[in-house]
Design a protein around this ligand. Structure first.
Ligand SMILES: [Zn+2]
Length: 125
């Protein structure tokens, strides 16, 4: 089940993925990056050209859409979707902490007690 949380990296709410959901989509992303490197090596094209010609990115986008029902604009957006990159929701404003190691909420400024960190976002968060 998709978990919709605010992504600081995308600047909007987006369905995040568990590690198990992310893994098969990540395989497409690895192929996407490899294909960009191969294209640049073989044809000397720019990164932009290599991205444009690359069908692997579309496979990653399609896999995310098939699972979640949302189409993203660019395959590299998928890199910021694992839940494990984010901290749990802020007790004050409910937006996620920026990272599991965060001590201050970037959205509202809520400060956790000394020695406490946000901890990871979980499926139940
Ligand atoms: Zn907050």
């Amino acid at each position: 089940m998709p978990r919709i949380h605010y992504s600081y990296r995308l600047g909007r709410e987006v369905p995040l993925l568990t590690d198990e959901e992310w893994r098969p989509i990540g395989v497409h992303l690895s192929n996407y990056i490899r294909a960009i490197k191969d294209c640049r090596r073989a044809h000397g094209c720019s990164v932009a050209e290599a991205r444009e010609k690359n069908p692997q990115g579309q496979k990653a986008l399609a896999a995310y859409e098939a699972l979640i029902g949302v189409r993203l604009e660019h395959p590299e957006q998928i890199y910021v979707l694992p839940l494990s990159l984010y901290g749990r929701p802020c007790p004050d404003c409910s937006k996620s902490f920026r990272t599991p190691r965060a001590r201050i909420c970037a959205a509202c400024g809520y400060q956790l007690p000394d020695g406490e960190v946000a901890g990871p976002m979980t499926e139940e968060s």
